[in-house]
Design a protein around this ligand. Sequence first.
Ligand code: UT7
Length: 341
Amino acid sequence: MPRIIALPKATISIQISFLMEAKLTAIGIYAPEKVVDNHYFEQIVDTNDEWIRSRTGIVTRRFAAENEFTSSLAEKAILNMAAEYKLQLHDVDFILVATVTHDQIMPSMACQLQYRLNIPNTGALDISAACGGFGYGIVLAKSLIHSGMARKILAVGAETLSKVTDFSDRTSCILFGDGAGAVLIEAAEKGNIGACVVGAEGSGGQDLYLSNLNTVINGEEIIANNKIIQNGRKVFKWAVSQMSVQFNVLLEKEGLTVDDIDWFVPHSANMRIIEAICKQVGLPIEKALESLSTYGNTSSASIPLALYEGVRAGKVKKGDKVLLLGFGGGLAYAGAIVEWA
Ligand code: UT7
């Protein structure tokens, strides 16, 4: 029979006083130099600038050079952040990297960054949650700090999607771009990362995938070409209905109403998805920040890119309540409410 041991009150209060909160304190980005406009695709598939702009909201995207990979984009985003905020990185004790375009599956991107940044001893882990990956990074960072496992975490979303794009498929090749974003999340007595959500609907796995060893998902034969394959319409519908629900779950968990949200930073997949979610939850579209028009769909990098641009443009200010929500392949999603520091 299990024994219940009653802890003396003094012990309990000591334990609680050690609980630290998580505070997002810095952000940085990097995008490759090469800018690709919509006209580029008119030469390789049957499409046009007007269709791409009106159906997706994308105007340009960045493509990495042949010898430029996800690890270097991630490293530059971190170094840009460190330079801008005058940060020391030697005492970082955890690195989380969300990506679907690892330079190699093994070693992880996080291990490679630990080596390149010369951080002496740190936990290092890649997150495989596609476009929901940055959201998962925030949630995991908060949990690691709250549990006492870590005190200073680099959470990164970085992709070189142009290297896994099927340039013969007009429905997907016009969407993707390359980029990286990093945030620093630290232990603090008063944190700024509030309510979080995470979730997955694996039954939709075959609607958005990047093939690897197995050519079957959920019993269905898939196209095994190591490129991103997407059933755009299905993912679109799922994203609008599920993310509207999760937006409201976050509000409820935090005890807020939609009017309390200053900025909404969803994954930048399609402007029409962002508009539809805003309409469903009753948020003015002007409060949504996107990285889509400039950078295309950059999967796990899209949220930090949009947030950084919003901060630099002077839109996101200290004390603003920002609702982040990532979603995509898996299908998986994760989000959080952050009070900007
Ligand atoms: O980032 C991870 C999560 N991903 C998403 O959230 C993506 C969600 N999906 C989407 O963003 C959109 O579904 C797409 C942008 C991928 C496609 O837009 P859509 O409005 O859903 O187009 P559709 O697939 O319903 O196709 C409409 C028409 C079709 O022609 P027909 O059958 O009506 O004659 C397509 O063949 O548009 C055609 N089409 C194009 N036409 C010109 C599809 N792609 C193109 C193109 N240029 N690039």
